[in-house]
Design a protein around this ligand. Structure first.
Ligand SMILES: [Zn+2]
Length: 332
């Protein structure tokens, strides 16, 4: 990796506070908005994004019409298409304007030039290795702790990652996803199952359009252990990652991890033709309650019924969630 990619703390200090990694990351986004035309244009466009709010009783789904996300929502992620394109996360192929901050000698913190959040980071591994969370979950916990103003998220290679060939996390401004605001009432009033195990609390939620498993603990090793238990219970084939999206944030000394086990990469609406087609690529952000629609026509017709159908198709079934609850009942 060329040193030209790394930005100095001195340069960052022109764009904000730089006392810790969190402040440095926010300053980086500011620097890129000023010095990288693509980022400047796309962050400015974010304030123009139209939004619709859909009320489902104890939760909401918001639809955002965000044309800048077309590249990601409609991304072709089959092996042939991936092999034909240059990797946009390898350090040596980044545009000259793009700058990064190193993390733990293994990652580069970058500004996402196609934002959903007012501050939106992409955090690729320095090596071009496939997207698979199994061996890197502990890094997600470290990142979420240090990036205290962000929620860190992970999209599986068949669950919304537009670079399934290059391991990466993303992070967005904390508190922006609806599930973060709904989390306490969800687990306290709507959990289908709750387990208090040694040093860790585990919740399963069914009544939320998406079915989720949440793991809460101040103890890093306890979370890692519970996550690996969950991961291996979802594992069907040894070499293929279970379909999932994961969110992680850290507040008041406690990690909150939400796992969305998935049934499908995309809903059937994506594969319709003509006016019935909806361009959508459900990933962690969508599972978190913000439905990104790059096309105006899709934003126009989206309603409660379509939202319900799409989430139902991509989340795991109620039977599968029950199966996982039974497995977790055995967890020690
Ligand atoms: Zn790469």
């Amino acid at each position: 990796m060329s040193d030209k990619i790394l930005i100095t703390i001195k340069e960052l200090s022109n764009y904000g506070q730089v006392d810790n990694l969190n402040e440095q990351a926010i300053a980086l986004v500011q620097q890129q908005k000023v010095n990288w035309e693509l980022a400047g244009k796309n962050y400015a466009a974010l304030s123009e994004v139209h939004k619709k709010e859909f009320d489902f009783g104890h939760f909401q789904i918001h639809a955002h019409h965000n044309p800048g996300r077309m590249r990601s929502s409609a991304a072709k992620t089959d092996p042939q298409s991936i092999a034909r394109r240059a990797c946009f996360l390898c350090a040596d192929s980044l545009p000259p304007e793009q700058k990064g901050i190193p993390f733990q000698n293994d990652y580069l913190i970058l500004t996402n030039p196609f934002p959903i959040f007012p501050v939106h980071l992409t955090i690729p591994h320095l090596k071009h290795i496939p997207q698979r969370l199994e061996h890197f979950f502990a890094d997600m916990l470290d990142l979420s702790r240090q990036l205290s103003g962000f929620t860190v998220f992970y999209n599986g290679p068949r669950c919304g990652a537009s670079a399934p060939d290059h391991f990466h996390f993303q992070a967005g401004k904390k508190g922006y996803l609806l599930i973060e605001k709904e989390f306490n009432s969800l687990v306290e009033e709507h959990a289908k199952a709750y387990f208090q195990k040694k040093d860790v609390e585990i919740y399963a939620v069914d009544n939320y359009l998406r079915r989720i498993i949440a793991i809460v603990s101040p103890n890093k090793n306890a979370i890692i252990r519970a996550f690996h238990f969950l991961y291996s219970s979802l594992l069907e084939k040894k070499d293929v990652e279970p379909m999932l999206n994961v969110l992680a944030w850290y507040e008041e000394g406690v990690w909150k991890i939400i796992v969305f086990p998935r049934e499908k990469q995309r809903p059937s609406h994506f594969f319709e033709t003509g006016k019935n087609q909806i361009i959508v690529g459900p990933a962690a952000v969508e599972m978190g309650g913000i439905l990104i629609l790059p096309r105006h026509q899709d934003f126009e017709i989206i309603d409660h019924k379509i939202i319900t159908e799409m989430y139902n198709e991509v989340t795991i079934s109620s039977d599968d969630l029950n199966h996982m609850i039974n497995i977790f009942a055995q967890y020690r």
